[in-house]
Unconditional design. Sequence first.
Length: 287
Amino acid sequence: MQRDGNPLKGVALVIAATLLFATGDTLGKHLSMLYAATLILSARYLINLVLVLVTMWPRHRSAVWATHRTGLVLLRGLLLAVATLTMLLSLRVMPVAETVAIIYITPVLLMLASGPILGERVPLLGWLCAALGFMGVLLIARPGSGLDPWGVVLCLINATLGTGYHLLTRILTRTETTMSLLFHTALVGSVLSVGLTVALGVPAWPSIPDALMILIYATCATVGHLLFTSAYREAPASILAPVNYTHIAFATLLGWLFFAQLPGALGFAGMGLIATAGLLSAWRASR
């Protein structure tokens, strides 16, 4: 029998996690303009892999990497690793707020993809959410917005990869353990990022202050995911899903503070439409 959680604690954990994610996004933008994205990605995933092994292997041993559907588990890790790379590349040329807002179209894409792939019915409200979400993206990335078109494309690729990642997560949680999914995500990300770093080379190595910044970036991502996972032990998704959108608020604030980048009125309207679509999708799921 599962113990009763603490919804207030769950909300606090999600807020802390989204603050760490937004901090990581801001650091990622700064670092990606100075160093190869593959180098930054390598640090993130290697730290993640070490933490998973240090915390789980002494107790669970080989169960940490035991799988039933190895191919799909590896594919899931690959999707997330490439999505993270596209995030860094988009942040290099895009403001933090708009980048984060566009990738939050993922819950809407997930709902639409669940129909043909998982056999779930998409009701009229679901299509309304999709329309609102895509209108939001169009407002943010409209002609004349000043956003880099390639950056917008990378954001949409990220959202598509994220949708596939979440679909596979829903499928694999029926047969795989959480720790195995965590381990293989870190392993695939480490192998891919280190391989790309070796193949493409490192044009410039970070200074000691920037190396510490890369360490902080990787720690923000890792600890953020741990807090996020812990939050769902305290409260149901119907309560926590709307709180995820504090990520957009934090990203907007930090992007303004550190890069003096603030969306215009239409950009804010687009972000609001995407958040509304996500909130309605979460409400529909809770029903």
